[in-house]
Design a protein around this ligand. Sequence first.
Ligand SMILES: Cc1cc2nc3c(=O)[nH]c(=O)nc-3n(C[C@H](O)[C@H](O)[C@H](O)COP(=O)(O)OP(=O)(O)OC[C@H]3O[C@@H](n4cnc5c(N)ncnc54)[C@H](O)[C@@H]3O)c2cc1C
Ligand code: SF4
Ligand code: SF4
Length: 394
Amino acid sequence: MASIDIIKDKCVGCRRCVGACPFGAIEIVEKKAAIKDACTLCGSCVESCKFNAINFARDETVKHDLSEYKGIWVFAEQRYGKLKTVSLELLGKAGELSAQLNVSVTAILLGHGIDNLADELIACGADEVLLMDDDRLNDFNDHVYGEAIIDLIGEYKPEIVLVGATSKGRSLAPHISSALKTGLTADCTALGIDIESKLLVQTRPAFGGNLMAEIICPNNRPQMATVRPKVFKPLEPDYNRKGKITKIKKQPAEGLVKLVRNIDNAEGLTLSDAEIIVSVGRGMGSAKNIRLAKELADVLGGALGSSRPVVDMGWMPYSQQVGQTGKTVAPKIYIACGISGAIQHLAGLADIDTIIAVNQDPDAPIFKVADYGIVGDVNEILPALIEKLKKSAK
Ligand SMILES: Cc1cc2nc3c(=O)[nH]c(=O)nc-3n(C[C@H](O)[C@H](O)[C@H](O)COP(=O)(O)OP(=O)(O)OC[C@H]3O[C@@H](n4cnc5c(N)ncnc54)[C@H](O)[C@@H]3O)c2cc1C
Ligand code: SF4
Ligand code: SF4
């Protein structure tokens, strides 16, 4: 761990460091700077002190031989023998990155009775599939999966590991990165390669989505990132593509927890699969009024999404939240009903063909991104739309 303390004899209480700390972690107590618990040991304040009164010590970093690490890995997440689309999206992106690094793309496929998925991974961009098939891998368990992948990383030494930011990926990736003491950037919205350093540039929203941060991991390997579904596009599968399938014979570790039962709460069309999403915001006025949006979604054969306040108020489940802290969606049509269009909500809209907004405020920010805008009360507009659509379907 790094450490920080104030050399009281040198501190003159000038307050420069207070303004320099992005976390509000410095206060002046009795004319001397004092570090509060909110300190994240980021080191940003050190330079601001002209009196050398901030003593900041970093740990000696263990130097790895980075040249040993080659290639890009993608965790091929599967459930009930079906690959998650996000893994295929990551394979497509990994292909682009690998061309810049002149390395190969490897898919890591773990499970039981899933050999058949290896061909699909190759068709979608993997040059090699590391396949580990064992009944201990039948159900996802972050410890069992994590330890198996840590072991493989130690043996094969990939320079980059990409994981889908699904609920499983979000628990697996930190397990691996913390064990390997390497960096992990969660929920990236873009990935690239810095031409000079050949490092992975991981872009993600920071400070409440108000700016985009580009993050690199220069000293440790592998460089790890999670990416939400729908951020990248999968390649068209090409079953003539050739690749290598390597079966790993090792037995995975035993799980620390025992799975008693699986309860699948996925109901109907999911946001990730829907081509049309009708999304509700606070402007719907009440939980009861959401039935209007549901009816519109049903008439259009779409799914129901929502903004965060609607989830916070308990009108909709979290699984339907769109945005920075919810899901990223990419339907063909997105109908925003009573949604203002805050930046954190728009962060969840990726590559949508047509955005339609219904809002009673003509100055609502959602109209700046909408292809079609209807200014009016959702309680009048939605029933009129439903009626019209029902009539035209007859
Ligand atoms: C770190 C962070 C993460 C966040 N993550 C997310 C996220 O993932 N997803 C998300 O959505 N938000 C997120 N937010 C919240 C975000 O900043 C906004 O507060 C939120 O998106 C606003 O939701 P809303 O549009 O439903 O509500 P409001 O901003 O209150 O907008 C309601 C809109 O409805 C309109 N309206 C009112 N009555 C009617 C009517 N009868 N008919 C038609 N229109 C009407 C109003 O004109 C208004 O434009 C996050 C915020 C932070 C700080
Ligand atoms: S900038 Fe230095 S001298 Fe000024 S208050 Fe902070 S620690 Fe003290
Ligand atoms: S190390 Fe970072 S978080 Fe801690 S006091 Fe300095 S600027 Fe603030």
